[in-house]
Design a protein around this ligand. Structure first.
Ligand SMILES: CC(=O)SCCNC(=O)CCNC(=O)[C@H](O)C(C)(C)COP(=O)(O)OP(=O)(O)OC[C@H]1O[C@@H](n2cnc3c(N)ncnc32)[C@H](O)[C@@H]1OP(=O)(O)O
Ligand SMILES: CC(=O)C(=O)O
Length: 542
């Protein structure tokens, strides 16, 4: 295994993302996932800065059993003119019990003079005093050299002096921070190369810094280069890399740690972590999205839902021969999957591969299968012209395919008719009432449902009508409903596209309906959603 430190700051810098607010329980749950992923260090927050972070460290001491990672507490150097030993925020770092303390310190002379409003000597004294004190308290100390790259451009000698002060006082790591995120990879490479030489680093164990000292990197993504900058720094000699899961962080975020690790390991051949743990990265990235309540970014490299999803027919036809022809690596390395998307850009190969993904092995050499593929393809193209979008409604595509394959789709129910009315009421609210007539379980059923809107009422009525024949329907929940008016420029020619997301508590699926009338489109998507739910549950037609 390589000697590179993998340092995660999701719980500290990640939590500085706009709209992200983690409870102590959330932080503990995320820390567990990070440990499962195999990161070396988990920065838990800033104890003393807010009660939540203080409590996190207190609870971590009793509730968190880390297998792989070491916990780090983040904080600042002591106050100007004070003493580390009596600084309450420095004391809180010790009291956190974390074995590692990461100190943010100024290395940019402009920040020393204008933000700290002190002298260059006092800033260096703050670094020395705080690092020495924490070392004396038995802590490993890492230093985050804030605004290092901008500071280096203004006064290289002073920026280096700040790092020397930290190392001479016993810091193990000095992480160069691109705090404003404005750097480009070439600049980072040049600066890190120079710092490694100037501080005579690179002669230590593992090709790292001399003695136990290491140079680290902490990048923000303001130029869209956080990952590339982190890679450049590691290439130039940094042996400690910081980042966050899903690239969370202040402003445009931090370097996405999974992307950095996967790049180093799978592209550059460095053994950063156990390959089995890397295979957990997609699952863990998504599990953490659930906790943060920030929707997973589908186009995220390696772990995104679309990272190995293929839409173009030409891609599919080559992938049929060998997936490597249109994929930069096997998604299994990061625990992701290849998926075929069906749309009007599909070709026969797309339909064949998607069918295989769904468990239907259609043989292109077989005349019947080939005709079926051609028919499905033609149907998809015709429907997409009318406003369907099957790449957002996988479940509806599966139903379309099954309708063409003899015996692949049971007839769960037959709709006779449906109707909705909406009443305005004296209290100002409007209430909708829907009536559905259908046959299921060998009986004709008529049910009425009420709802706060017409689609809600239709959903209720459909469920009531099916409940006796299919009690399994109780587990299905409509979780999202999206409407889009297409070709609105044509006024009355406009059609409505409705996408419905449904859950059975374990998984979710999307269905689609397209019609000139919004209620008709909604009804189509609802019927598809329920049909697919019954199919997934393995229920026989009754
Ligand atoms: C680059 C980064 O992202 S570093 C992480 C930043 N994270 C955060 O700021 C989140 C947590 N922060 C907080 O809760 C609060 O800002 C606290 C508790 C740390 C401080 O709060 P307050 O005492 O009210 O001070 P305030 O936030 O207004 O100002 C920060 C003070 O720290 C000083 N300071 C800034 N950097 C450092 C440093 N590296 N070392 C010592 N002091 C510093 C500032 O000069 C300022 O001093 P002043 O009060 O004499 O003006
Ligand atoms: C320390 C830190 O988060 C930064 O400089 O960006």
């Amino acid at each position: 295994m390589s000697d590179l430190h993998v340092y995660d700051t999701t719980l500290r810098d990640g939590a500085q993302q706009e709209g992200l607010n983690l409870s102590v329980a959330d932080k503990l749950a995320i820390a567990s996932h990070l440990d499962d992923l195999g990161v070396g260090f988990i920065e838990g927050g800033w104890p003393g800065a807010n009660p939540k972070d203080t409590e996190f460290f207190a609870r971590a001491a009793t509730d968190l059993r880390l297998k792989n990672a070491t916990l780090a507490a983040f904080g600042a150097t002591r106050r100007v003119g004070g003493k580390a030993a009596t600084d309450p925020l420095v004391r809180a770092l010790v009291d956190s019990g974390a074995p590692v303390v990461t100190l943010v310190a100024k290395s940019h002379i402009g920040h020393v003079e204008r933000a700290l409003r002190t002298t260059r000597e006092e800033n260096l004294a703050m670094i020395r005093d705080t690092v020495s004190f924490l070392r004396g308290e038995g802590r490993r100390v890492f230093l985050d050299a804030e605004h290092f790259f901008d500071g280096y451009a203004v006064d290289r000698a002073y920026a280096l002096e700040a790092l020397r002060a930290a190392f001479e006082s016993g810091a193990e790591v000095a992480a160069l921070c691109d705090t404003n995120g404005g750097m480009l990879p070439g600049q980072v490479w040049d600066v890190v190369t120079d710092v490694v030489a100037a501080l005579a680093l690179g002669s230590g164990p593992g090709g790292g810094a001399s003695g136990d000292a290491r140079l680290g990197i902490h990048c923000h993504n303001d130029t869209g280069c956080a990952v590339a900058n982190s890679m450049a720094a590691v290439g130039a000699g940094a042996t400690h890399v910081q980042g966050t899961i899903n690239g969370y962080g202040e402003r445009t975020g931090n370097a996405n740690l999974v992307t950095v690790i996967a790049n180093l390991q799978l592209k550059e051949g460095r053994e950063v972590m156990d390959p089995h743990l890397l295979q957990e990265s997609t699952r863990i990235s998504h599990a953490i999205s659930e906790i943060t309540n920030v929707p997973a970014y589908s186009r995220q490299p390696y772990t995104g839902a679309s990272a190995f999803a293929h839409k173009a027919g030409l891609h599919a036809s080559a992938i049929k021969v060998d997936p490597d022809l249109y994929q930069h690596l096997d998604p299994k390395h990061v625990g992701n999957d290849m998926r075929m998307l069906i749309s009007d850009m599909a070709g026969r190969a797309s339909i064949e591969l998607k069918s295989r993904e769904l468990g239907f092995d259609l043989d292109p050499e077989d005349e019947e299968d080939s005709a079926l593929v051609q028919k499905v393809l033609a149907r998809v193209k015709e429907l997409e012209l009318r406003g369907y979008t099957f790449d957002a409604a996988d479940a509806s595509f599966e139903l379309l395919l099954r309708r063409e394959i003899a015996g692949a789709l049971p007839t769960f129910f037959d709709i006779e008719s449906w109707r909705v009315i909406t009443d305005s009421r004296p209290d100002g609210d409007a209430l909708s009432e829907a009536t559905v007539k259908l046959s299921a379980g060998g009986k004709r059923v008529l049910r009425t449902g009420e709802g706060n809107g017409p689609v809600n009422a239709l959903d209720q009525a459909l469920r009531l009508a099916l409940a006796t024949a299919y009690p399994e329907i109780e587990h299905l929940e409509l979780i999202d409903f999206r409407v889009r008016i297409l070709d609105a420029a044509h006024g009355t020619d406009a059609v409505t596209r409705v996408l419905i997301e449904t859950s059975d508590g374990e998984t979710t699926w999307e269905t689609i309906g397209v019609a000139p009338n919004i209620l008709e489109a909604s009804w189509m998507a609802l019927v598809e959603s329920v049909t697919y739910g019954l199919l997934r549950a393995g229920v026989p037609a009754r």
